[in-house]
Design a protein around this ligand. Structure first.
Ligand SMILES: Cc1cc2nc3c(=O)[nH]c(=O)nc-3n(C[C@H](O)[C@H](O)[C@H](O)COP(=O)(O)OP(=O)(O)OC[C@H]3O[C@@H](n4cnc5c(N)ncnc54)[C@H](O)[C@@H]3O)c2cc1C
Length: 400
């Protein structure tokens, strides 16, 4: 049974980034919200690969996610991140982000929305004013850089929970079973933010993809600044002979410093869970190394080492490395993408789904939460009528 607590008038299922941001957004327009979840990601030192909130780097720049209303969702999210950065000390900072390619770069998604966006192209010596990371030996690179919000997850997530609970939010620890949903008579609207967990509880025949991300954490390493003075981060795509995916195209590496150290990332390996519940799919083509018992492609360490050394004279402290793998759940990647719509349960309860955010769940979290709030306001007979724009309402509530 799901909690039937008369103090709640909405139950959010799932305590990952989607659940907590949705819950705070609903609180902002006067709802009494309870979160039901089996885990609070990043609360213990342990991570569950199927709960990716623990693994996110987490960059918050507009990405090419398949979602209805992409531009509005992305813009709303960016406005919320800007507000958090300017007004609340919750771990949101601006970084200078470099996306560098040794081959032909793709078109940058939503480039017009990015702050101080600048493209570049040329031989390394011609790019000194931009100063991107460049692999020793690369003859020519191209790409772009921009300023972007980053969420320092070990700070950000606990702050969000503190805010939610401080505003009277309720937390119920429960591993929800299919029977709990089938016998549902919740009497309050439910918002499903269970990520991959949704698939065992709700019917969803859409294709699913688990994009494996293998990464290395370098605990305790300090922030690195770009020549602009901002903290620096990058995605670097070398030529395919240096690091490639199973289909022969180039794989990239990432770097992002956060308060607990550096994240060196991270693969994008498409796959699925096999009958044994193990990830199976198309691994990158590279020699592997063991990092703390986890097998990680060597270029994640060695290419990042080369880039950090030549770019910022930094050495990766290899004495205490942690290797990890987590899965980004992309729902229906070839069709409608994120599931964000309402349906009625057998007994007529309103259920709003909000899951399947792939590799952009942090980036898009606030915009998706606002879409849920808009749906709830439209469909829940008990919802108060709108007095002002929902985004404004959320910002006002967060400011108080
Ligand atoms: C390596 C890696 C790097 C990434 N980097 C970024 C990044 O830089 N930027 C970005 O935007 N995104 C990034 N992502 C993607 C991002 O992490 C996800 O999109 C996001 O975390 C999805 O969050 P969620 O809350 O929807 O789902 P989840 O994190 O899966 O949370 C689901 C919640 O539901 C709960 N739950 C599930 N089943 C049940 C059940 N039966 N009963 C009770 N509770 C249940 C879980 O305990 C959890 O609390 C990255 C992902 C990976 C793997």
């Amino acid at each position: 049974m799901l909690p039937s607590n008369s103090n709640c008038d909405v139950l959010v299922l799932g305590g990952g980034i989607t659940g907590i941001t949705t819950a705070i957004t609903l609180q902002a327009f006067g709802r009494k919200v309870g979160i039901v979840t089996s885990e609070k990601p990043l609360q213990t030192g342990e991570s569950n690969p199927l709960v990716p909130t623990s693994y996110a780097m987490a960059s918050a720049y507009p990405h090419n996610l398949r979602i209805h209303n992409l531009e509005r969702v992305s813009n709303d999210s960016q406005k919320l991140f800007r507000f958090l950065h300017e007004c609340l000390p919750v771990g949101i900072s601006i970084y200078r982000m470099f996306e560098v390619f040794e081959g032909t770069p793709p078109t940058p998604p939503l480039a017009d929305s990015r702050m101080n966006f600048q493209t570049f192209e040329g031989e390394p010596k011609s790019l000194s004013s931009i100063d991107p990371p460049i692999r020793p030996g690369a003859e020519r690179v191209s790409g772009w850089c921009f300023d972007t919000y980053f969420a320092d997850m070990p700070v950000y997530l606990p702050e969000l929970w503190k805010y939610f609970l401080g505003k009277g939010g309720l937390l119920f620890h429960q591993n929800i079973q299919r029977a709990d949903i089938e016998q549902l008579d919740a009497k309050v609207p439910l918002v499903n933010c269970l990520g991959f967990g949704s698939l065992s509880l709700f019917t969803d025949h859409s294709p699913r993809l688990l994009m494996r991300g293998r990464q290395i954490i370098v605990p305790g390493s300090p922030p690195i600044t770009a020549s602009s003075g901002l903290p620096a981060a990058y995605n670097y795509t070398p030529s395919p002979d240096v690091f490639s995916r199973d289909d022969g195209t180039a794989e990239y590496v990432h770097f992002f410093a956060r308060s607990d150290g550096w994240i060196l990332g991270q693969t994008r390996e498409p796959g699925y869970l096999n009958s044994k519940g193990e990830w199976a799919g198309a691994s990158v083509k590279a020699p592997e190394i063991e990092v703390g018992g986890v097998s990680v492609p060597k270029p994640i360490l060695e290419l990042n080492q080369a880039l950090l050394s030549s770019w910022r004279k930094q050495t990766v402290d290899t004495s205490n490395l942690i290797g990890r793998e987590g899965y980004r759940f992309y729902r229906d990647p070839d069709d409608t993408g994120v599931r964000l719509h309402a349906e009625a349960s057998a007994k007529g309860d309103l259920i709003i789904h909000n899951y399947g955010h792939g590799g952009s769940g942090i980036t898009m979290s606030w915009g998706c939460a606002l879409e849920v709030a808009r749906l709830l306001r439209r469909l829940d007979p008990k919802a108060a009528p709108a007095s002002r724009d929902l985004l404004e309402e959320v910002l006002l509530s967060l400011a108080n």
